[in-house]
Design a protein. Structure first.
Length: 324
């Protein structure tokens, strides 16, 4: 099927045609209409980049492919183009209709559609999306210096948890949870859309001064995550979990739902009050159990080689980048 490519700076990711494409595409939750709409609404303007969205349509004009990109302005890396990443999109993927064949002519047409530019950077690319990018770009990737980490859950969950964590680590987490419970009834809550904003604002305050370049500490980053979490609570893209002891919020866990996988994105903890009880690990442990109870099969800690991920039994997957 021949594809006609065009570029635009005004693509509607909330449109019916994009929703239909996403449903039949080989992509990830990071390409969901809610995620991309919020990305171009909040992050692109704040970073001073110009939207460059490549669309591919068949002879009938039906949308078959979308690649969300941004162009750097002249003052920094003049004319360079990159995926819509800006530090938040952990898995970058083209949105391609299932069954669409990509060949050398497609790659040539895609490059022509981009026109003259100061370089193209596509990353970070998960192993499962390498073949798509290789076919679309006609080039080979290079390995990045970090991986993605995920664990496949087992059933019955209680037995799997003890085996996965190890009896010592599982018992230690249970003891810390009991200590948190001593301060009030410890419970995990799944937030509705109207509860997201105040919870995210509290999470921002919990994280203040803890992480360099934390997007939650910027107005545009905070609004981006609130937007995705709120719309995602309604559409099924996202879940925001709150661990509460009595009336006090202990931790917040935000992630994306990608079929049977939970893609963990943000963790916000009240370390000032509860640091000795490892509230982050307790919260993640509780959310994993809740996800398994809902039939979830994979808990994905996404990108970054932080040591704590190994404690949860994660397997590391290489990440890649394409440059033209």
């Amino acid at each position: 099927m021949p594809v006609v490519f065009e570029t635009t700076d005004r693509f509607d990711f909330g449109s019916t045609e994009f929703h239909l494409l996403f449903k039949r595409a080989r992509a990830s939750a990071f390409q969901h209409p809610d995620w991309l709409s919020a990305f171009y609404r909040h992050l692109a303007p704040a970073h001073g980049v110009e939207p460059v969205v490549v669309t591919g349509r068949d002879d009938n004009g039906d949308l078959q492919l979308v690649v969300p990109l941004v162009r750097r302005r002249a003052e920094c890396e003049p004319g360079s183009i990159e995926y819509a990443f800006l530090g938040v999109t952990d898995y970058v993927s083209p949105i391609i209709a299932d069954g669409l064949r990509l060949d050398e002519r497609t790659a040539q047409a895609f490059r022509r559609a981009l026109g003259a530019h100061g370089g193209l950077k596509i990353g970070p690319v998960h192993d499962q999306h390498v073949l798509q990018w290789r076919s679309l770009l006609g080039s080979e990737p290079r390995a990045l210096g970090f991986g993605a980490h995920a664990v496949r859950l087992g059933f019955p969950y209680g037995e799997w948890r003890r085996a996965n964590l190890g009896s010592h680590r599982a018992a230690a987490l249970d003891r810390k949870a009991r200590r948190l419970d001593d301060t009030g009834a410890l419970r995990l809550e799944l937030l509705e859309a109207d509860a997201v904003r105040p919870a995210m604002m509290a999470g921002r305050d919990f994280r203040s001064g803890r992480f360099p370049d934390d997007p939650l500490q910027t107005a545009h980053g905070l609004e981006f995550y609130i937007d995705v979490a709120t719309s995602g609570a309604r559409s099924g893209l996202a879940q925001t979990w709150r661990l509460v002891s009595g009336e006090s919020t202990i931790a917040l866990v935000f992630g994306l739902i990608d079929k049977s996988s939970f893609r963990y994105i943000l963790l916000c903890c009240n370390y000032i009050a509860h640091s000795r009880y490892s509230p982050g690990r307790v919260a993640l442990d509780r959310v994993m159990a809740a996800w398994a109870a809902r039939g979830g099969e994979v808990f994905d800690f996404t990108i970054g080689d932080e040591p704590f991920k190994a404690d949860f039994g994660c397997t590391r997957t290489p990440m890649h980048e394409f440059r033209l």
